[in-house]
Each structure stands twice: as C-alpha cells, then as structure tokens.
Design a protein around this ligand. Structure first.
Ligand code: NAG
Ligand code: NAG
Ligand code: NAG
Length: 737
C-alpha cells in the first residue's frame, strides 16, 4: 500500500478570491453561523452526555450488568495474553521468501495462515479468484550524458540480494523493480525534470517555455498524486515515458515498486467479482479493459534515488523553479536534456489465482452481524513492514481469541478475520470479495477494521470514520504505550488534542477502500510510524524490522491489542459503540472549510448546512436512546428487540452516504463524504465530488464560469442529499412521527 504521505491539511485561502475580484455584495457570513450552530449543538450534547451516569467502557465494574462484566473480563484476559515472541515468530515465517501475489510463494503464505486458523479451531475459509495481474519480463535504461559517456543504469537493488536468490524470475526471487500494469514500450528522448508531476508543475514548466511532449519525464514521488496519477498526468501532457523516484535516498539503493492501474480490483471484472461460477464468469477482453482507461498508455519505470540523482545533476536548460528541491534533491536545472535516455520495458499481464483466507468466530446471539478485521498478505518483496507486520498481529489476535474461546467466550456478533491477497495490484482480493458479497455486507456488516503496514517505525496513528472516534479513544486508554513507561497509548497520541489525532479515510490506498468507499461500511485503519525508507523495496525484510522499526516486537503487540480490543467491543457490546455526534461535528467542520474555499462565489452551502443540522439532531436523539437501552441487559425479549433495532440504525447510517451514481468520473466510488479525489492537488480531502467540480473550474477552458459554478452547486446538493439519507437512516422511521 502507498502510505499516506502527509497529514491532511486545511487551508483557508479562498480559491475564488484568488482568481476573481471580490463581488459587490459580500457573501453571507456562513461560517460564522456554522460555528454558532456548532457551539449550540455541542453545548446541548455535552450537558446531556457528561452529566448522566456514564456506561462507556471506562465505567467502574459495579455499574455494569452481568453480561457487561463478562465482556470486561474477557477484554482483560485478551490483554493479559500478550507475547512478543509469538508475533516475531509469525513475522519470521511469513517473510522467509518474497511472496508477490500470484506466485507459488504467495500461495504458501495462504496455506500458512489457513493452517494457523485451522490449528486454532477457528473455522477457516478460502475465497479464490482468477484475476489479471501484471509482471515484468525485462527492462533497461541507458543514459547518454553531455560529456558523451553512455551509462546503462542497473535498475536493480544492489546489496539487497539474499543467499540463493536471483533477481530474475518470480519463484523465490525478488521481483525486479517495475510498475504493475505499465504497458510494454520504449522511449528514446531528452529528459525533463517535472518535480512531483502535478498539473501545477507542468504549468510552471510551460511558463518557462519547457515542453514535455515526446520527452521522458523524471518525477519525484511526494506530491499528492498517486503513482498512477503521476503517470496519467504525464500521459495527458504528451510525455513519451515516465521515470519515478523517491526523494531522500534513505532506501540506500532501494527502488519503489508499485501499481499504476486506474481504479480498484480486477481490471477484467469491473464492478463484479472474478469468481468462477455464476455471473462472475464474465470477463472483459484485454482490449476492452485497455479501452476503458484502466492502464496507462505510456511506459514507466521506478528508479533509485541514486540513479535519478545522476540524471538530475546532468540536466541543463532552464533553472528549476524555487521549491522544486525535496529532501536531498539539488535540482538546479530542469532540461530538456541535454541528457538523453533510452528506456525499454517489457511486461506481461497474466490471469492468475489469488486467495483470500478467513477465520470465522460465530456470534452466539447475533450470528448474522459481522465485525470484519482485515490485512493483506501479498507483498512486493519480503513484506516485513508491508503488509506482514499486520499479518503477524492478525495471527496473534487469532491465537488470543482462540484462548478466550477455550475459556468460555462466545462473541455476541460474528467476528471475521480476513487475510487478503492481491492488494498491491489495486486492492484486488478485498475488492472482489466486497463486490461478491455486497448485499450481505450492506445488510449485516457492522464495521471493517484494517491494518496494513502495522509497524513502520515509532508513533501510533489511527484513521477512522468519525462515529468510531470515541471507541478509539476509549480503547487506547486501556492499552499501555510500549515506548513510554507508565503511559497509555492515548496519553501520548491523543490526550493533547483529540480533535486532530484521528485521520480520515479518503485515500484509496489499502483494503478499507472497497468496504468504506464502495460498501459504506464504517472503517478504521491503524498503523505505527509513517514514511519508512524501505517502502516497496527489496530491503523491507525481517532484519530491517528488527534493526529499525520494532526490535523487541512490542509495537506489533500493541497494534494487536488495540485492533483486537476494538473488535471485542464491536462484537460484544449490547449497543454498537458508534457515536454519530462526532460525525456531525466533522461534517460541520468540512462545511466550514468549504465555505472559506468558496468565498466569493455564488455557490450556496445552505443545502449542506441544513442537512447536517438534521443529521446532528438525529445523532443526539440516537445518543439518548443509546443511553436508555444500554442500561437494560437485553435479557428480556422486548429490550433485546429494541436494542437490535437501534443497532441496525447505527449500522446502516453510514450506508446513507453512498450514492447509486457514485463520484461522477469514478462511478465505482459511491461514498460522497470520503473517497479519493482525481489526479490533482486538492485542499479538500473530503466531499470528493465537490472537490472534482472545483478543480474542473480551475482548469477548464471550454465551459463558462456560470456553468462550472452550477456544476459545483449540483455536487453540493448531492452531498447534502447523502447526509440527509444518513440522517433518515439514523432516525429509522419512514414517516415523520
Ligand atoms: C559524464 O557525466 C556523467 C553524469 O554527469 C558522470 O557520471 C560521468 O562520470 C562522466 N564521465 C566522464 C568520463 O567524465
Ligand atoms: C534502446 O535500448 C534497447 C535495449 O537495450 C535497444 O534494443 C535499442 O536499440 C536502443 N535504442 C536506441 C535508439 O539506442
Ligand atoms: C520480548 O520482550 C522482552 C522484554 O522486553 C525482550 O527481552 C525479548 O527479547 C523480546 N523478544 C523478542 C523476540 O523480541
């Protein structure tokens, strides 16, 4: 998975005021109103919330009903079962060999996980799919420098090889650095340095008189664009090929592999599961998939920082704009040339079998409600960080849950532990599974809890949909911080500023994307550290983990504890621990940011404000109901039915944010609050449809301004309707009482 590069930022500079003189009539002070409203709502909420006897997880045991006491006991037991030795042995085993999806070594890891679940009596299952993945055959890059020397760059990773392994082939060896789904092709042309490869970067180049048409562009990762986004923008600009490197060179010769496919899941079965039987048997032809824009049309290759640096230093031409230097990058000039490169790439797209593996712990009282935990298993190379630190944690949770079961624990709801395949190629395994089970997941999935790169370095991080904020805070208050004696995770992570510690899930860079952005299932993503230097390189090994990221495996244990405890609450609490007041607050904040951005336009945010008001009052009502129903232990039939009805509303509210038509240029993405924006830098990491429309306005030369503003207004209405649907789902009745 690509790790999120930077924390979401918010900017208050108006996009409109920058391009348009201020209007004669000032816009209504929308955000002032919003803040007043927010204060009123918060005041109301806190009065009623914090003065009533609290029955959250933090409550003293004597306030708890007998079933709650039992749950508490099992949660304490779960925490008492930690051993770093087992986690490290799981990771050691998983990372013995590289295990790229679709290879025999990858199938072996599926077997390892399956047999682990079987030994623990955890009802193991498999789901296999035939999908189109992409592998390299050969690649070459020669540079001819101004002094006349021609150098063949190695394109491999010196020093990363291990005993008995070669660079070639896919069985047991590290796959050569490549971009999955890049077309085969060649380019022989001058090099232009394009900074991070954004549209803005090309505009700056154009202002300098530098054209990239027919040339090979050299781009550094680190902007807001995805890898595929960098290639797509370069293609639109007319480049012949792309060379992509990571600034800083911390990888010590490492080269970052990755996918450049557009969209999610198997490219031959867009929107349906690549299953063998039934309707899943249909496949697009390769030409159809190509015509649908899933793959780039120009070849690209990843480059080590060292190789990129040699090329960068040799460029002449225009002086680089200020700000085009990154960590360790001294880009004096952008070209074009005089350095000329000859790039060739040959790859193959191949149908292979991938396997998701599951363990199922059946719920006793509500077996048809699912709490789904997931991590992918396939790796570009050895995968010690990405993703098997998460797999080791998952296997450890399985071990602990199996022990709890032996001690008499039966969860109220069903827990599913999932080990996905093919994530590195575009969330393929999880996407196919979600597409296959969409109706059942829509009706029965309580939440999806993702862990991908569990441990990349120091520092706990969490991202979530906002109704899970409170649960994250409660759980992290129960888990010790392995790096600070006497402190909890909460103390070091969120005690100072709850409001900004949890990130959101708009990116589509790990397996939560199909669950949340296609299925509308509340989701969490947990990880330690960020931006580690060996990402997607052959250096992502067990040895690197022990040396740099988690020498004693205590961070692995901590992630397992937080992840496992969150699932225990979601599976065992009589009322699902969701708090939609946090969601309402977050939506108000987004609208406030949006109002700053649209300051000076004719666009009205009133529909959004009014929908959020409805949503906020539904959230407060639901909280009051939660308090009343939590007191009852659900033993009598009527209370149990009422709890179930309330839980259904809490579960289904997130689905309201889905829209049948999805985001206009990426219909598969159905969630109108959280989803990836297009291939541009955006100030909004929410409301992806609105973000797209605002971006269109800034770049379109063909549509009139009023039509562009109407397009933004339409997206505002759509987001408002989504929020209103969610409010209706939370209220639960179809007629106003
Ligand atoms: C020619 O230039 C390249 C790139 O600047 C450099 O690496 C190489 O050592 C130079 N060769 C000679 C013979 O000067
Ligand atoms: C570019 O490199 C390829 C592979 O080494 C070679 O076959 C081809 O002739 C080269 N093209 C040019 C123009 O040098
Ligand atoms: C587990 O933790 C203990 C105590 O910190 C440490 O001595 C031991 O080496 C660790 N084991 C592994 C496998 O890292």
């Amino acid at each position: 998975m690509p790790p999120p590069t930077t924390k979401p930022h918010s900017s208050t500079t108006s996009f409109f005021s920058a391009i348009k003189p201020p209007p004669s009539t000032p816009p209504p002070p929308l955000y002032t109103l919003l803040f007043l409203l927010l204060l009123v709502i918060l005041g109301f909420y806190f009065l009623h919330h914090h003065h009533s006897p609290t029955t959250t997880a933090a409550a003293a045991a004597d306030f708890l009903t007998p079933p709650q006491q039992t749950s508490l006991r099992f949660r304490e037991q779960f925490l008492s079962l930690s051993t770093n030795a087992t986690v490290s042995s799981y990771l050691r085993h998983l990372t013995l060999r590289p295990h790229l999806a679709g290879t025999p070594a990858s199938a072996d890891t599926a077997e390892f996980v399956h047999s682990h679940f079987r030994r623990l009596n955890l009802d193991p299952h498999r789901a296999a799919y035939r999908v189109l993945l992409s592998y390299p055959i050969r690649s070459s890059l020669t540079a001819r420098f101004p002094n006349g020397t021609a150098v063949a760059l190695s394109l491999t990773e010196e020093g990363a090889k291990k005993t008995g392994e070669t660079e070639e082939g896919q069985n047991g060896a590290v796959v050569r650095p490549y971009h999955a789904y890049s077309p085969s092709g060649a380019a022989h042309a001058e090099v232009v340095y394009v900074n991070t490869g954004s549209e803005e970067d090309y505009r700056q180049l154009a202002a300098l008189g530098v054209r990239v048409k027919g040339r090979v562009v050299l781009a550094r990762k680190g902007g807001e664009l995805s890898r595929g986004g960098v290639v797509r923008v370069a293609e639109r600009e007319g480049a012949a090929a792309v060379l992509l490197f990571v600034g800083g060179g911390g990888g010590g010769g490492g080269v970052e592999r990755g996918t450049v496919m557009n969209g999610m899941g198997d490219p031959l079965t867009p929107g349906w599961a690549a299953a063998e039987e039934g309707g899943g048997g249909e496949r697009l032809g390769l030409e159809e998939a190509e015509a649908s824009g899933r793959f780039p049309r120009i070849p690209s290759l990843p480059l080590s920082f060292e190789d990129a640096d040699v090329i960068l230093r040799s460029l002449g031409g225009q002086t680089a704009p200020p700000g085009w230097v990154g960590p360790g990058i001294l880009a004096q000039r952008v070209g074009p040339g005089p350095t000329v490169v000859n790039l060739t790439y040959q790859g193959e797209k191949k149908e292979v079998t991938i396997q998701n593996v599951f363990a199922v712990i059946k719920g006793l009282e509500e077996p048809d409600r699912y709490v789904i935990m997931g991590n992918h298993r396939d790796a570009w190379t050895y995968g010690a960080v990405d993703p098997n630190s998460g797999t080791a944690a998952l296997l450890d949770i399985a071990r602990r849950y199996a022990l709890l079961q032996r001690n008499g624990w039966r969860p109220r709801r069903t827990i599913v532990l999932s080990s996905w395949d093919g994530e590195e190629f575009g969330m393929v395994g999880s996407t196919e599974w979600v597409e296959q089970n969409l109706v059942n997941l829509g009706a029965k999935a309580v939440a999806y809890l993702n862990v991908d790169c569990a441990v990349q370095g120091p520092g706990f991080n969490a991202a979530a949909t906002p109704q899970l904020d409170e649960l994250l805070f409660e759980v992290t208050k129960k888990v010790k911080d392995p790096d600070f004696v006497g402190a909890t995770i909460y103390d070091k992570w969120a005690a100072m500023n709850q409001a900004t510690s949890i990130e959101r899930l708009s990116g589509a860079f790990s397996d939560f994307a199909p669950f949340l952005q296609h299925g509308g299932i509340p989701s969490i993503d947990l990880f330690y550290g960020r931006e580690y230097p060996v990402y997607h390189t052959a250096f992502d090994s067990y040895e690197w983990m022990v040396k740099h990221a988690d020498p004693l495996f205590h961070r692995h244990v901590t992630i397992a504890e937080i992840w496992g405890l969150i699932a225990l609450h979601l599976a065992d609490d009589s009322i699902i621990p969701f708090n939609y007041v946090s969601y309402a607050q977050q939506l108000f904040k987004y609208t406030d940011e949006l109002s700053h951005l649209l300051d000076g336009s004719t666009i009205s945010l009133h529909p959004l404000v009014s929908a959020i008001e409805q949503f906020a009052s539904a959230a407060i009502e639901a909280e009051n109901e939660v308090k009343q129903l939590r007191e009852g232990d659900g033993r009598d039939g009527l209370t149990a039915l009422k709890q179930r009805a309330l839980n259904d509303r809490l579960m289904l509210t997130e689905r309201g944010f889905l829209d049948a038509d999805g985001i206009q240029s990426r219909h598969w993405f159905k969630h109108l609050i959280y989803g990836p924006h297009g291939d541009y830098k955006s100030k909004l990491d929410f409301f992806p449809g609105i973000a797209d429309a605002i971006h269109e306005l800034s770049v379109s030369t063909t549509m009139s301004r009023s039509r562009q503003e109407a397009a933004i207004q339409h997206e505002v209405w759509r987001a408002a309707r989504a929020i209103q649907r969610a409010a209706y789902a939370l209220r639960g009745h179809i007629f106003v009482p």
